[in-house]
Design a protein. Structure first.
Length: 246
């Protein structure tokens, strides 16, 4: 059994709760679709944990922490600059490791990316893109069969019901299942460290055979919020949003 997760964003409390749940459920491998850092208060600890996983991809925040933020909002940019300082203070090996992460991972019929098959690091595929079929078709052309992604922090599944017609299924609840069939499929695994679907619990997926199970895991969000509020260089908003899942 495989745990596929994304968008940890330096949230150590959410990450340790998710890893404990995955282990208890029988997961033997962890695949990370990117954005380990940025926003959250514990980038060093999260990177050190990730170094032991089976697959790690580069997200847009990981890239920005290594190079420099470009085109981010004020809060995001501030947190990225803060993150780079923290990582650098912990030694070159963390930033070097982050800077060398691949942007895609392909195995058999599966493609793993952070954003989309067309632009693996930066392109968002939002639920409302179901109303933009040309976009989904162009992205779908780059997918052999199945694609797993993150980046939007909203869990759900796109499936090509028939040629040129994609459908979307929300998967925001705990324990919800998606069974992969022969159709082209894009699975968004949601976010461990900063869910934005109106639900505060950490989100990730377990994959066993053709079954993808979405898990929502309670964690000590109060501690994460306190760490952010206690640091004068991290915007308070980044803590406040965690409780509301936005
Ligand atoms: Fe992200």
């Amino acid at each position: 059994m495989l745990a596929i997760l994304s968008d940890v964003h330096g949230n150590l409390e959410a990450l340790t709760a998710v890893l404990a749940d995955a282990k208890a459920q029988g997961a033997t491998s962890v695949y990370n679709l990117g954005d380990l850092v940025g926003y959250g208060p514990d980038p060093v600890e999260c990177v050190e944990l990730a170094m032991g996983w089976d697959v790690n991809l580069m997200g847009n925040f990981d890239h920005a922490a290594v190079h420099k933020p470009d085109g981010f909002g004020v809060n995001a940019e501030q947190s990225i600059l803060w993150t780079t300082e923290r990582l650098r203070a912990a030694g070159d090996r963390l930033l070097n490791w982050l800077g060398e992460l691949p942007r895609t991972h392909a195995t058999g019929d599966f493609l793993l990316v952070h954003g989309s098959a067309r632009n693996p690091t930066n392109e968002y595929v939002f639920p409302e893109d179901v109303h933009n079929q040309p976009k989904l078709n162009r992205i779908g052309e780059r997918i052999k069969r199945f694609c797993f992604c993150g980046h939007t922090h909203v869990p759900g599944v796109f499936v090509q019901a028939d040629e040129g017609n994609w459908e979307y299924s929300e998967r925001t609840g705990h324990g919800q299942l998606w069974r992969i069939d022969g159709r082209k499929t894009i699975v968004n695994v949601g976010s461990v460290g900063q869910p934005r679907d109106g639900e505060w619990r950490a989100c990730y997926t377990l994959v066993f055979g053709w079954d993808v199970t979405f898990r929502r895991i309670e964690y000590d969000v109060g501690t994460t919020i306190r760490k952010i509020h206690d640091d004068p260089d991290l915007p308070d908003f980044l803590g406040d949003r965690l409780r509301e899942g936005r």
